[in-house]
Design a protein around this ligand. Structure first.
Ligand SMILES: Nc1ncnc2c1ncn2[C@@H]1O[C@H](COP(=O)(O)OP(=O)(O)O)[C@@H](O)[C@H]1O
Ligand SMILES: [Mg+2]
Length: 369
């Protein structure tokens, strides 16, 4: 997205902390700028503080310290209904005694809009979520996916500048969830509204977002576009949380500019990118994505070359996961596209393998086994 001047920023968290019991900080020191029009996802394991952060932005929780601004204005004492923010949650929260049309009209009526305008906007937002024929139904007469569409339409109907969604698809089955992911993403693209989305599902975050903020223990570990998050995780937590990786525990031997040499516990040396390492002698954790490993002849030009003993093939249609024992690690995985797999390869074979220095990241040891 290039440079961001303060004009491009819609929401700012500055030094925001939250404690529910006056003792433990659930959100530790949140500093976050959300750009106008972006789709930003807060991603992290359960309990990492995502909902708490969203609730402070929505106005349902008060920060213990720090401040939040929306369009340059301090929000701390503005009640939720005055924040011009649309919201969608997992449990829909549609009014059960109101029809679909009445549910959609509600946010407009409370804002004092005329009957004619209300009717017009309700009609338009119903067609946005392709529920034109359902305006007279009650929520109980709709499927889960349809209810979620109504909730989405209701959050957007008053054209807020910001929409918050907290695990909105969590209750849907996989197929419908993936369909709704694309639908929400396309609505976002069409309307240009700013979206802050919460999920614990990494593939959902990667699919939908312009940027993803990875939460862990009340702190943002990394905030980046999906591709950067996957290709260039800044620490072991992010590397482990996003996508699959092979990990080795080792010790830093030396640094040489952007690269470093790491010695594994059995003595092998690996050339790696020095991403997040300390001093020689310090523990490090190496992370290598399974699709970056080269086998047999393809390993010849690699900076790091070892051998591996094949122990298992797992066929997944378009690719095969090959489990090998490499440098004493018995669960080392290689991902091979079907077309590239050597059909003569068999369990028990010992083969050369390798990877380039830019595909192995030396990171903090925190979660190393
Ligand atoms: N209203 C509350 N009162 C006390 N503790 C809470 C409350 N809401 C959340 N927590 C605690 O704060 C932590 C973070 O919760 P939450 O923000 O819901 O995380 P996430 O949405 O990432 O799963 C959890 O340990 C949770 O138990
Ligand atoms: Mg939550």
């Amino acid at each position: 997205m290039g440079d961001t001047s303060s004009n491009d920023i819609l929401v700012s968290f500055r030094g925001v902390q939250k404690s529910y019991d006056g003792e433990n900080l659930i959100v530790k020191d949140l500093n976050l700028d959300i750009r106008k029009g972006e789709f930003l996802t807060l991603l992290g394991p359960s309990g990492s503080g995502k909902t708490t952060s969203l609730m402070m932005l929505a106005g349902f929780e008060t920060p213990t310290a720090g401040e939040i601004t929306l369009a340059g204005k301090r929000l701390n004492n503005v009640p939720p209904h005055k924040r011009d923010i649309g919201m969608v949650f997992q449990n829909y929260a549609l009014f059960p005694h109101m029809t679909v049309a009445e549910n959609l009209a509600f946010p407009l009526t409370v804002r004092g809009m005329s009957k004619a305008d209300v009717a017009e906007k309700v009609k338009r937002s119903l067609s946005m979520v392709q529920l034109d024929a359902f305006s007279g139904r009650y929520p109980a007469q709709l499927s889960g996916g349809q209810q979620q569409r109504v909730a989405l339409a209701r959050a957007l109907v008053f054209e807020p500048q910001l929409v918050l969604m907290d695990e909105p698809l969590g209750a849907l089955d996989k197929q419908l969830r993936e369909h709704m992911q694309m639908e929400i993403k396309h609505i976002h693209q069409r309307l240009g509204v700013t979206v802050v989305y919460v999920t614990h599902d990494q593939s959902e975050a990667l699919t939908m977002s312009d940027r993803v903020a990875v939460f862990h223990q009340g702190e943002i570990q990394q905030i980046a576009p999906p591709r950067e998050l996957y290709e260039a995780p800044c620490n072991t937590f992010v590397a482990q949380f996003i996508g699959e990786n092979n990990r080795f525990a080792g010790e830093l031997v030396s640094r040489d500019g952007d690269n470093c040499t790491v010695q594994l516990s059995r003595g092998e040396k690996v050339q790696a990118l020095a991403v997040n390492v300390g001093q020689p002698g310090d523990s490090v954790s190496l992370s290598i994505r399974p699709e970056r490993i080269r086998l047999n002849a393809a390993a010849e030009g690699c900076d790091n070359r070892f051998s591996g003993r094949v122990s298992e093939f797992i066929y997944l249609g378009d690719h095969v996961r090959v489990r090998l024992e490499v440098c004493g690690k018995t669960d080392f995985f290689v991902k091979q596209p079907i077309a590239e797999l050597d059909t003569a390869l068999a369990v028990g074979d010992v083969i050369p393998l390798g990877w380039q220095v830019e595909h192995v990241r030396a990171l903090d040891p925190q979660l190393a086994e």
